[in-house]
Design a protein around this ligand. Structure first.
Ligand SMILES: [Zn+2]
Length: 190
């Protein structure tokens, strides 16, 4: 089926990366800073986007969606369960919230251009775009490249193992493997 809602204006990886960096600058986030998503969603977006609303809804009302961004008004809706996980710094919930921010900045309001196109690929897929935004927004390149190990990146930016590895792959960044822990009796006490 040809779904007119499936495609949006084409955006390259570089375009999305640049947008995510601009949003980080607006919020005063340095390259090494971890995004504090709860304050950002509750107070930060509101300061730059008139009428922005964050709505926390009972899980059943969102019918299995982890998050939903209104395409006509600046509203992000999160189910209670995801919001609670976000408060506990769950990395999956953090990625979900950042993904919804991607929809908010790229697909909500006047900037929406639905396109029927025969040459659709991932760069016109709103879900791909939102995932790219989340990765770039949470893990800015300059700060990410300073991470020697995947564990360091995960702690620094509050992301999961898969997200950190995917970001490393897309940036061509090589992590160092942690040396295997030595067994008992091998450690020397000075
Ligand atoms: Zn989405």
């Amino acid at each position: 089926m040809d779904d007119p809602f499936k495609h949006v204006r084409r955006r390259s990886r570089q375009n999305i990366d640049a947008l995510s960096r601009a949003v980080r600058v607006i919020f005063g986030l340095g390259d090494d800073d971890r995004v504090a998503l709860i304050p950002l969603l509750e107070f930060g977006i509101d300061a730059i986007l008139d009428d922005f609303q964050l709505e926390i809804l009972p899980d059943a009302e969102l019918q299995g969606y982890e998050g939903l961004t209104d395409l006509t008004r600046p509203i992000i809706r999160l189910p209670e369960q995801v919001y609670n996980r976000l408060r506990n710094s769950c990395t999956h919930a953090r990625f979900t919230a950042a993904h919804e921010l991607g929809h908010l900045f790229m697909h909500s309001g006047d900037s929406v251009h639905y396109a029927r196109t025969k040459q659709a690929d991932e760069t016109t897929d709103p879900e791909w775009q939102a995932n790219q935004f989340a990765a770039c927004f949470l893990m800015p390149e300059a700060g990410f490249r300073k991470c020697a190990t995947v564990e360091e990146a995960m702690v620094k930016f509050g992301v999961g193992y898969r997200a950190a590895n995917a970001r490393a792959k897309s940036l061509g960044h090589k992590f160092r493997r942690l040396p295997k822990k030595r067994g008992h009796g091998m450690s020397r006490t000075p």
